[in-house]
Design a protein around this ligand. Structure first.
Ligand code: GDP
Length: 447
């Protein structure tokens, strides 16, 4: 998502490189290019106008910084403005002082509400909460069953109408769920409401009735990032009809232009709080405007990367690796460690998505697209064909051993050679980093 926008903007910044000072013409030309980039990405017109006016004003007013060159200053300004239209600071979920906290989900049918209920429930569990999902979508056949399936996958309880009892009255179901949650000590209630294919009065009235019955602490408007400009109109309609506190963007994994999704927060004045980028229950996270902005500007998203790494590696294991890498020029780091590390990385998600968070990833997009996730399986097969002595001390792997390993793993000798070479290189680099020789991440590209 946002690949085209990202490409266009980084290309614009490239033109500014090497300039000592920005003339008014430079600023105008840059502003024009940014404008086209935003419009092509489907960002809503009023948002674009506002954005460009702010960029121009700030670039002219040249908060002239000694530390940044003109290109860097423009990147900084565009970055700040992107953060601003996305809602500014990270807006975290607010929990009620008196549980249960009630969260209501609203949005069109197909926006991803039911899936999101499951994702949110998983996330809440990881925050130490005990959520209860409520099936108040009685419009769509199967919606109740779908929520039950999602709840089961997430390992959380679901409150649904008993067949023949309260069926057809979502307001009653929603109301009774709060009583149930209070008596059974659930601390968060997530109410899934019915959507329609388009905005209609009946849907709005029902959502408003449910809202009045459950008095949500947070109402989240769920919107499919791939629906283009409709996202903005739908959001405005929901804001008037039901009201909401925050926006959840779904399907950010799609390849549509997605700029409309960038406009929703700005147009409604409600921040994006969560984003979801895939059909798996774990493809979901708190939305951080500043991280999204740096991803769009190809400045990398190191914070998310680090957080994911912390989730995948346990602290003892990480410490042990660091110790092995920093002593004796990294000689204690073996192929088994290498494999273990790769497996931990695999747990963090696909390599593609991980690499995509590195600064400059936009420039290697083609290589990323063609990256074959099965590469990890091949590496694993090769390492498994090594003897324990070889894994501990890869230096002993001579020509005949390489041929044997290739035969054992069903790979080519050249692949074995390549892997061993990569191992030594990676060990050398990691060992230098562990000893603090690499000095940060080096220069950010494009700056
Ligand atoms: P609801 O009608 O709003 O409850 O929407 P659903 O939860 O049923 O979702 C509609 C469809 O979108 C389903 O096929 C989901 O699997 C899919 N979906 C939901 N969220 C995402 C997402 O983040 N990425 C992708 N690719 N698909 C999603």
């Amino acid at each position: 998502m946002f690949a085209t926008l990202s490409d266009r903007l980084t290309a614009t910044f490239k033109n500014l490189r090497g300039k000592g000072r920005l003339s008014d013409e430079d600023i105008d030309a840059t502003a024009r290019e940014i404008r086209v980039a935003l419009l092509e990405a489907d960002v809503a017109l009023p948002v674009v106008k506002d954005f460009i006016a702010a960029v121009k004003e700030r670039a002219r007013g040249a908060e002239v910084s000694q530390a940044l060159n003109p290109a860097q200053q423009v990147i900084q300004i565009v970055n700040d403005e992107l953060v601003r239209i996305l809602g500014g600071e990270t807006r975290r979920l607010r929990f009620a002082k008196q549980p249960p906290t009630v969260i209501m989900l609203a949005g069109l049918q197909g926006a991803g509400k039911t899936t999101l209920a499951g994702k949110l429930a998983m996330w809440l569990k990881s925050q130490g909460k005990q959520p209860l999902l409520v099936a108040a979508d009685l419009q769509r056949p199967n919606a109740v069953t779908q929520l039950q399936v999602v709840g089961e996958r997430a390992g959380v309880a679901v409150w649904a109408p008993e067949p023949g009892n309260g069926v057809g009255d979502p307001v009653a179901v929603a109301r009774s769920s709060i009583e149930h949650a209070t008596s059974k000590l659930y601390d968060v209630v997530v109410v899934d409401t019915a959507g329609r294919l388009g905005v209609d009065e009946e849907m709005m009235r029902q959502a408003a009735d449910i809202r009045d019955a459950v008095k949500p602490d947070e109402t989240l408007f769920v919107v499919d990032a791939m629906i283009g400009q409709d996202a903005v109109t739908t959001a405005t309609a929901f804001l008037e009809g039901v009201g909401f506190d925050g926006v959840v963007l779904t399907k950010l994994d799609g390849d549509a232009r997605g700029g409309a999704a960038l406009s929703v927060a700005s147009v409604t004045g409600r921040p994006v709080m969560f984003a979801s980028a895939g059909e798996k229950l774990t493809d979901f996270d708190v939305f951080h405007p500043e991280r999204m902005a740096s991803r769009i500007l190809d400045l990398g998203d190191m914070l998310t990367l680090i957080e994911q790494a912390q989730k995948a590696f346990d602290a003892d294991q990480a410490e042990e690796m660091a110790r092995k890498l920093s002593a004796k020029g990294g000689k204690d780091f073996t192929f088994d460690d290498f494999l273990q590390q790769m497996q931990a990385i695999k747990k963090m998600g696909s390599f593609k998505s991980l690499l995509g968070m590195l600064p400059g990833a936009g420039q290697m997009r083609e290589a990323l697209e063609s990256f074959d996730e099965r590469e990890l399986d091949r590496v694993q097969a090769i390492v498994h064909s090594m003897t324990p002595a070889e894994r501990d001390n890869p230096k002993i792997i001579n020509g005949s051993r390489r041929a044997r390993i290739a035969r054992g793993s069903g790979r080519q000798v050249s692949e074995v050679n390549q892997l061993i070479e990569r191992f030594f290189m990676a060990r050398e680099m990691m060992s230098q980093a562990a000893r603090g020789k690499l000095g940060g991440l080096g220069n950010m590209p494009g700056m």
